[in-house]
Design a protein around this ligand. Structure first.
Ligand code: HEM
Length: 212
């Protein structure tokens, strides 16, 4: 039963993660591409019933994951399953903070982060945000793709991601994340004055910081 719930909620949330990662990678093409695609996708994932369903699926998936770790007897895991768990642990630790940091401002203050907001976070604390976004993107991709392979099998669909396909696709996702981060970091794209964005001003007010 728990496995079925985990499969359904994971498969549902994976649709959002796939769109969300494609949106993140579009940052390589600059602010126009990132913000333009996000405005289109938001119509879907921030439509209140859809957003509520996605966030509920995420919450149930997370709780069931913890329940299975606690309840199920310890067993030897192969490298692929171990990587799946490590990526899941990483996401568990960071996902609530991520949602509150990037969606909280638009829920409570009508301020959307967009390209400039992400570029601000990287410019302000690069030593944290470069590795954090890279690992978030990669963990989300690996856990999402491998999870989908497990979930669809469990739900009776014929869909199997071979180890080689998983490895190669993850390597490509890593390259796409680096390209997106170089743009967001202002190296291959021009984010403008990131400290002028509404997101930067709100974040600085909250942390009591100031523009350098
Ligand atoms: C480096 C990669 C990522 C970046 C730069 C990023 C950035 C963002 C941004 C800017 C938003 C706000 C979107 C908007 O205003 O429309 C957002 C929302 C969100 N992100 Fe991410 N994200 C990343 C990876 C992930 C991953 C891997 C997951 C899940 C596994 C995730 C889950 C979410 C969720 C659930 C929301 C809230 C969606 C909503 O309710 O509108 N993100 N992210």
């Amino acid at each position: 039963m728990l496995k079925k719930i985990q499969a359904w909620t994971g498969a549902l949330f994976a649709v959002f993660v796939a769109l969300h990662l494609v949106n993140t990678w579009a940052a390589s093409f600059g602010p126009g591409a990132y913000d333009g695609l996000q405005a289109v996708l938001r119509v879907f994932y921030q439509f209140p019933p859809v957003e509520a369903l996605l966030l509920a699926a995420l919450a149930v998936h997370l709780v069931v994951g913890v329940m299975r770790i606690v309840k199920e007897p310890k067993r030897e895991l192969n490298i692929r399953s171990r990587m799946h768990r490590y990526a899941g642990f990483f996401l568990m630790v960071f996902i609530v903070g991520h949602v509150l940091a990037v969606r909280g401002p638009s829920w409570f203050f009508d301020v959307y982060p967009g390209f400039q907001g992400l570029a601000f976070s990287i410019d302000y604390v690069p030593a944290y945000f470069y590795p954090y976004y890279f690992l978030l993107g990669l963990a989300g991709f690996y856990h999402g793709l491998n999870g989908l392979s497990i979930a669809l099998g469990r739900l009776g669909w014929r869909f199997q991601v071979s180890p080689q396909m998983l490895r190669n696709a993850t390597a490509v996702a890593g390259v796409l994340m680096v390209a997106a981060l170089l743009a967001l970091g202002g190296i291959t794209a021009d984010p403008g004055n990131v400290y002028e964005s509404g997101f930067a001003q709100l974040a600085l007010e909250i942390v009591g910081g100031s523009a350098p």
